[in-house]
Design a protein around this ligand. Structure first.
Ligand code: GTP
Length: 303
């Protein structure tokens, strides 16, 4: 069956991928309906026909404004046009204020009557990316509190230790253990105990907010906080704030406020990574300080 151009256009307009065809100079020679609709829906400055628009120039202009997508896209298209690459594709985020979105851009060449053309398509891959994110989260985050789990913490501490070694910076660690948590569980139930763990994790996550920081659930009712480029004095200030905020949680709940049941003991330590030492020594030192805090009456910081 001979397919009319109208029929082929209808096929191209029916696909959800955003498709344009450019010539060797980058001029857009065809755009399907999804492409124009996406531009319109996202307030892009485009006209309906795309007549006279040079897509490579559009990418270059975006690159000049500091847009990483423009830089990579322009570069990739040029490589396919120059036959340096047979095909080019890359995945990029394109989040709107309302939702997270990712797309995959592909550039593939074809020839008609010895003239070269290039199909550029953008496919929405958000569903796959979100699934990947959730698998990653399942593997990296503690199921109850949604902060990093012990494995991620160990890896981060190892990397941060090496970074501080290279840069001759101090690294500090705080180990936080909730006090008499068994009593709290026994008195108010395990579910209530779970809620307390979640609340403490939120306090911790708000405190550990620099790139060199990470907080994690270290064990049942034990948390850890590592801070790169941080001295003992500095982590002491952080631990002070932490302890105050954990104590403040008691005021928010009548169960807890009846006896200030939610308190924590914190052991802190600082080391300057050097040859022959490793991060396990930092853990041992913070652990010893935690033991001391428990010995000295709990609800306190030692270091
Ligand atoms: N609700 C809840 N409780 C937990 C969880 N993980 C551990 N725990 C409880 O935490 C309690 C820890 O008890 P212990 O190790 O005796 O320590 P503690 O009672 O906090 O006493 P100190 O640490 O000496 O102050 C146990 O009762 C555990 O069941 C959890 O995920 N949820």
């Amino acid at each position: 069956m001979e397919l009319s151009s109208e029929f082929l256009n209808m096929i191209l307009d029916s696909v959800t991928e955003h498709i344009v065809v450019i010539d060797k100079a980058g001029n857009i020679r065809f755009a399907n309906r999804s492409w124009t609709a996406f531009g319109k829906n996202n307030d892009c400055d485009i006209n309906d026909s795309w007549d006279g628009v040079n897509y490579i120039e559009v990418c270059d202009a975006a690159a000049k404004m500091g847009d990483d997508f423009g830089l990579k896209a322009g570069d990739g298209i040029r490589r396919v046009i120059a036959k340096e690459d047979a095909i080019f594709y890359f995945e990029y985020p394109c989040h709107s204020p309302q939702e997270k979105r990712w797309f995959m851009m592909r550039v593939t060449p074809f020839e008609v009557n010895q003239e070269s053309f290039f199909v550029i398509s953008h496919q929405n891959i958000t569903e796959r990316k979100l699934a990947e994110e959730s698998v990653k989260n399942l593997a990296n985050l503690d199921g109850l509190t949604s902060i990093a789990n012990r494995r991620v913490f160990d890896e981060f501490l190892h990397e941060e230790w090496r970074r501080c070694y290279r840069l001759s910076q101090p690294i500090s660690l705080a180990i936080i253990d909730l006090d008499n948590f068994k009593v709290l569980n026994d008195k108010f139930g395990h579910q209530f105990g779970d809620k307390c763990l979640i609340d403490v994790a939120k306090v911790l996550a708000a405190v550990a907010n620099r790139p060199g920081d990470i907080c994690a659930r270290y064990g049942g009712e034990e948390f850890a906080l590592v801070c790169g480029d941080t001295t003992l004095e500095q982590i002491k200030l952080i631990a002070d704030r932490l302890l105050l905020q954990v104590t403040a949680l008691n005021d928010l709940d009548p169960n807890l406020s009846s006896g200030n049941y939610l308190t924590a003991s914190i052991g802190i330590a600082e080391m300057r990574p050097e040859t022959g030492k490793c991060e396990s020594e930092l853990i041992s030192r913070a652990d010893a300080m935690l033991y001391k805090a428990k010995e000295n009456g709990r609800n306190r910081i030692e270091g």
